[in-house]
Design a protein around this ligand. Structure first.
Ligand SMILES: [Zn+2]
Ligand SMILES: [Zn+2]
Length: 82
């Protein structure tokens, strides 16, 4: 099955042929993300610690240090990986 990288959060998801034009993963498509001070607050589910944004399958959205200090921010520009 072909895979696609979400243009919003970087999540790699599988697509079938009839849905191949989607640019965003299901989590991003299901919830309109509104920009706040250039941050991208996560509107999806959170991990057991209540602050780590996760996808519906439990995969962390982006792991790293949020330079903007917003724990729910999923803007790649605000996250230092590692
Ligand atoms: Zn996404
Ligand atoms: Zn941010």
């Amino acid at each position: 099955m072909p895979s696609q990288t979400c243009t919003r959060c970087g999540y790699v998801f599988e697509v079938n042929a009839s849905r191949i034009n989607h640019e965003n993963c299901e989590s991003c498509r299901a919830r309109k993300v509104q920009k706040v001070n250039s941050c991208l607050p996560w509107h999806g589910m959170f991990a057991a610690d209540l602050v780590t944004p996760i996808h519906d399958d439990g995969t962390p959205v982006i792991v790293g240090n949020r330079t903007c200090k917003r724990l729910d921010c999923v803007s790649p520009a605000h996250i230092e990986e590692g």
